[in-house]
Design a protein around this ligand. Sequence first.
Ligand code: FMN
Length: 321
Amino acid sequence: MSFRINPAVKLLARILGSELLHATWLRLLKYLPLEFESPKDLEVETKMGRLKNPLGLAAGYDKSGKYVKALSKLGFGYIVVGSFTLNPRKGHPKPRIAYREAEQAVVNAMGLPNPGIMKFLKNFKRVEGCKVVASITGNTINEFVECFAALQKVVDAVEVNISCPTNEASTYMKEPKNLREFVEMLKGIKLKPAYIKIPPPTTSEEMNEMCKLVKVWMDCGMDGVTAVNTLLVDAPELALGRGGLSGRPLTRIMLETVREIRKELGEEIEINAVGGIMTGADALEALRAGANTVQIMTAMLFRGPRAPQHILNELVSIKAF
Ligand SMILES: Cc1cc2nc3c(=O)[nH]c(=O)nc-3n(C[C@H](O)[C@H](O)[C@H](O)COP(=O)(O)O)c2cc1C
């Protein structure tokens, strides 16, 4: 199945710029009749509690955490907000996001713009029937620990993003020694489930390294993994000249990563699959590969706000066969 961006959306993006369009869209969302009741037989039990369905909205769509209520009406079982840092961040220069329609992909070098944890804590309101996960990131181990400690008080779980490909500082945690130091500090304060978000491994060496890293994480009493973040590619259309690729090119890598982690780490680890899940068939394949939940981001950009509705309906109809 191939998806085209709505021509009206393309035109508006050209006039307003993709980011202003996205911000305006998020503000309007609560006024639109897009409510969708999740199909009944999709409930799943996770370490963050029972979800009405396994479909989550991936980090990066609601970077401020202000739109959880409106987004929850679209049918998601859970929503990841952020990624947040201790202090506000402006991110990289624009243009920093572009569609690659032929590839069914997006390339972005947002650079983690966000309002900082204090603003999020001030504005955040919980919603009925939809779990919320806060994604955190940072430049030092202490920053990660402070963000974790503050945000776990208000959300259902925390996702630790060590894999933004255009923010090298946040990826120093890919060193097992640094990760161990961080998790040792976390152990004493952790009250909520913690997931580590990893980059997409593209070679068998990288896959082995990632499995080792996730083992360190799980050996220290953490709960699961979110696999995968975007893939670093050249992007002459962006100001930075490089960016993170998402969407269809990630599907195969995501599936291989989920399969390998499930095989290497066993049943205890919870796996949130993300990367190139565009349809219900993709979601089902990820779940069959060993994922407990699935998340979408690029599918929202290509298929629009009814993406969760379409994906959940597709999932139900193929599961029935
Ligand atoms: C515009 C954009 C912004 C993103 N921002 C974040 C972010 O702040 N934190 C994060 O962990 N992942 C971020 N991501 C990565 C997504 O959460 C997801 O891992 C990735 O896009 C792969 O999923 P997809 O193929 O469904 O898009 C972002 C992705 C895009 C396209």
